[in-house]
Design a binder for this molecule. Structure first.
Ligand code: COA
Length: 289
């Protein structure tokens, strides 16, 4: 899909890069020539991912292009230390804010700690890394690219995932605000709003019974879930120079799921029989003499 050197020499940090969508993006970025820094909370997960990516991308240990650094993005001081350590080796070109936390719960059952945990990871985590990189890019008068991962429910909200909805709405606002405030100094800021894409972590948490997956697919016009490869390709485009004039946008990647839910007549139309459709067509008038 892309030229093999699309991301040659780009230095990219992916938060939550040890698993799921972050790991898939890391693989694609490596295949396209980038050097990746992956952070996550668990050192053992990061180490296993590093090994797996080396094997999959044929990376050579002599020219190390994968770096893994444990960090909890909720901790502003730890993030500052992480970004400082990366910058000591050279400035980043791209920051991909992918780290997230979410759980399905009735809101009245949630503790304050549950809200703090999800908002801390998703919103404050994104803020911490963005400020740490943004301030450096601005001070050095160099450009940078930020890619945030939001959701399709940032503007509608969603029942049963309220901490996530609140936090992702904040990331959406941050993306659009800073795209304007920092755009004139060479920093581009965009987001991807993915719909359902099967990954080990998020899917087992958000679809507790396997048969719910079939019901979920019926909500998607394309009739299937997205793939991590499709996600990674979109991410590669948005962090590449090829998308250099896209700034402040959110690209939805959900097979049309949220629009299907939003259209007033969609569900009704699906219920109608062929006979009913025919009955509603205009009566053919007699040909004019
Ligand atoms: N339902 C309701 N509350 C929950 C919960 C659940 N499934 N899981 C955790 N919480 C609450 C805890 O009770 C705790 O609140 P309390 O201190 O008031 O009791 C708070 O959230 C923090 O829980 P903790 O166990 O300390 O987790 P954490 O803060 O280290 O990590 C997550 C929280 C969300 C990151 C954790 O669930 C996780 O690791 N998830 C995997 C990543 C993920 O969710 N990926 C999906 C991305 S879409």
């Amino acid at each position: 899909m892309f030229q093999k050197d699309l991301l040659q020499a780009k230095r990219i940090l992916i938060t939550g890069g040890g698993t799921g969508l972050g790991k898939a993006a890391a693989q694609r970025f490596l295949e396209l020539g980038a050097e990746v820094y992956l952070c996550g909370r668990r050192q053992d997960v990061l180490a296993a991912t590093e090994q797996e990516l080396h094997e999959r991308t044929g990376g050579s240990r002599d020219h190390k292009k994968i770096h893994t650094l444990p960090c909890d993005v909720r901790d502003a001081a730890a993030v500052e230390e992480l970004i400082g350590a990366i910058w000591a080796e050279g400035p980043l070109d791209v920051l991909m804010n992918n780290a997230a936390g979410n759980f399905l719960s009735r809101t009245e059952d949630l503790s304050l700690g549950a809200f703090q945990s999800v908002i801390g990871i998703v919103l404050l985590g994104t803020l911490h890394t963005t400020m740490a990189c943004g301030r450096r890019w601005l001070a050095e008068s160099r450009g940078g690219v930020v890619l945030n991962i939001t959701t399709t429910y940032t503007t509608t909200g969603s029942a049963y995932v309220v901490p996530s909805a609140v936090a992702k709405a904040g990331v959406h606002a941050l993306t659009r605000s800073l795209a304007v405030e920092w755009g004139n100094r060479g920093i581009r800021m965009n987001a991807i709003a993915p719909g359902p894409i099967p990954t080990e972590g998020a899917f087992s948490r958000l679809l507790p019974r396997p048969e719910l997956a079939e019901a979920a697919k019926k909500r998607i016009p394309l009739g299937r879930f997205g793939t991590t490869e499709e996600f990674a390709n979109l991410a590669a485009f948005l962090v590449s120079d090829g998308s250099g004039y896209i700034n402040g946008d959110v690209v939805t990647m959900d097979g049309g799921e949220w629009l299907q839910g939003a259209g007033e007549f969609t569900a009704l139309g699906r219920e109608l029989t062929e006979e009913e459709w025919q009955r509603m067509r205009p009566k053919k008038s007699a040909p004019k003499a």
